[in-house]
Ligand binder design. Structure first.
Ligand SMILES: Nc1ncnc2c1ncn2[C@@H]1O[C@H](COP(=O)(O)OP(=O)(O)OP(=O)(O)O)[C@@H](O)[C@H]1O
Ligand SMILES: [Mg+2]
Length: 251
């Protein structure tokens, strides 16, 4: 993993809103095929960082690149190449799940003959095959999140930003989504930036984590390294939650 190419990076990335610094000189990188757990309390600046990486909001200062592209200058190219699961998935509620995925396939210029099979496979993979003809407006929250993952499968992007993909899901749905995410990284070699408050789940799938507090990255690395830094021992003896809380309380 250490030698895998860097897929996205930031350097002293800063975002200042009117009277507040949301992201403060953030420097980090994510390597190909890695699941990077992007952690931090409410208001830490995680979503703001993701929006800058997608070119949806402009940085105030600092550098950033995603797949060698500058999101501020080439936002459309970045959006084409990067999968994005939003904090609050907004979908066209009048479409059925299958129609939504056809729309995504169209947008990504996938030939119709190929799209059909890919859509069927994606619906199957996320467990939505039986609900494919239902309107999204009638989907539950968990079904919407799954549809979001199906969208990533259709797009087949090399990088995905997942902003709280399991927010509000029941334990079973959470586990299934996490398994899907792990599968995307391990089998499809997708690089994943995963923001989540469910540390127990994050601990199971992440290669490295970054802890952001008040706009600053206070720690980043594999869990074992953070455990060693904070407790002087390896991860086996501490949960990510304990490690996180220690950084949080000291910040
Ligand atoms: N459009 C905006 N205008 C002004 N301030 C904003 C805007 N968006 C975010 N902020 C502020 O920036 C800070 C970081 O917010 P952000 O949404 O990035 O946090 P987060 O880490 O994603 O939190 P959460 O875990 O609650 O999703 C917060 O203090 C927030 O109030
Ligand atoms: Mg957020």
């Amino acid at each position: 993993m250490e030698t895998a190419p860097v897929v996205l990076s930031t350097e002293e990335l800063t975002k200042v809103y009117k009277n507040q610094t949301a992201v403060d000189r953030l420097t980090f990188e994510v390597r190909e095929g890695e699941i990077f757990g992007f952690l931090g309390p409410n208001g830490a600046g995680k979503t703001t960082t993701i929006l800058m990486l997608l070119g949806l909001t402009e940085p105030t200062r600092g550098k950033l690149q995603v797949l060698g592209l500058n999101p501020t200058r080439e936002p459309i190219k970045v959006k084409q190449k990067v999968g994005y699961l939003q904090e609050n998935m907004g979908f066209y509620s009048d479409l059925t799940g299958r129609q939504m995925l056809s729309f995504v396939a169209d947008l990504n210029a996938i030939p119709p003959a190929e799209a059909e099979g890919r859509i069927a496979a994606a619906l199957e993979a996320v467990g939505l095959a039986a609900d494919a003809e239902k309107k999204i407006g009638a989907y539950s929250r968990g079904m919407r999140q799954r549809l979001g993952i199906a969208e990533l499968l259709i797009k087949d992007s090399r990088v995905a930003f997942l902003d709280e993909p399991t927010l509000g899901l029941d334990p079973d749905a959470t586990q299934r989504i996490m398994e899907l995410i792990e599968d995307l990284a391990r089998r499809k070699k997708m690089t994943i930036l995963l923001s989540s408050h469910q540390l127990h789940q994050v601990q199971k799938v992440c290669d490295r984590v970054g802890i952001m507090i008040r706009g600053r990255m206070v720690a980043q690395g594999p869990l074992e390294q953070l455990a060693r830094e904070k407790f002087g021992v390896d991860r086996e003896e501490y949960t990510l939650e304990e490690i996180y809380m220690k950084y949080f309380l000291e910040a």
